[in-house]
Design a protein around this ligand. Sequence first.
Ligand SMILES: Cc1cc2nc3c(=O)[nH]c(=O)nc-3n(C[C@H](O)[C@H](O)[C@H](O)COP(=O)(O)OP(=O)(O)OC[C@H]3O[C@@H](n4cnc5c(N)ncnc54)[C@H](O)[C@@H]3O)c2cc1C
Length: 259
Amino acid sequence: MLGRAIGSFGKALGDRRWKAFGAGLEGISKEKVDVVVIGAGVVGLAVAREMALKGRDVLVVESASTFGTGTSSRNSEVIHAGIYYPPNSLKARFCVKGRELLYRYCADRQIPHQQIGKLIVATSVSEVPKLSILLRCGTDNGVKGLRMMEGSEAIRMEPKLHCVKALLSPCSGIVDSHSFMLSLAGEAENARAIFSYKSTVLGGHVEDNHLRLHISESKDLENHDDASPLLPQLVLIPKLVINSAGLSAFPLAKRFHVI
Ligand SMILES: Cc1cc2nc3c(=O)[nH]c(=O)nc-3n(C[C@H](O)[C@H](O)[C@H](O)COP(=O)(O)OP(=O)(O)OC[C@H]3O[C@@H](n4cnc5c(N)ncnc54)[C@H](O)[C@@H]3O)c2cc1C
């Protein structure tokens, strides 16, 4: 519902209207803050925790009523090994390093997780070359322990499999994503991060070299008719903004204007 509201808001507000809207903010309260993290998915939570632990004053602005209600609670909860990304890409490097950090984080805090390993299978001979490519790519990425096995060996591990060969990835695993996010949120709060739920970043504008964020209560977006521009209740003037709004991050960034 809220996602739809944000979407239609973005569409309804063409550039011209947005600029007029950006210029008419005189009567609206403004507040200077240190760091604003937009979105409390797993990425926003991890960033907020880290920044707060480093002594920054962090405000997390989340449009939903709690953290982790978006993609972060609708995924497969797999801890990926780092096999698929192109070698030397940031994704490959972060996936491999992030996996090690995630296992350590979960083990230290008894967050439910298990390094159960994964089998990537070729169900016909024609698929075997693809497994070889993945083996090479994963090895180049620094993924340890990857091993090609005959179908019969894989089927002994998982009798319901039908495959001719399999690639074993022993360092893949699973994690209870909600417990993980709960832990990140708790540690962020303990380090004095403040969470403002049901609050939406509508957009923003750059003034005096600073991005100013336009904030509204989420319920106002839900009730808003597209005919008139929606005024924010608050303008935040942060020193640093982290746009971790997930799939909304790009559309939101397009609503940051120079006026
Ligand atoms: C089907 C599927 C399976 C997946 N499986 C895995 C897996 O097994 N392992 C894995 O590691 N990854 C997996 N992923 C990917 C993973 O889930 C995502 O990369 C991750 O959850 C993204 O987190 P996020 O914090 O960037 O985004 P999100 O979880 O979407 O968080 C963004 C937050 O920003 C808020 N927000 C948006 N716009 C605004 C705004 N304007 N103002 C304020 N708040 C706003 C939203 O409400 C939301 O809470 C999977 C993804 C999918 C779709």
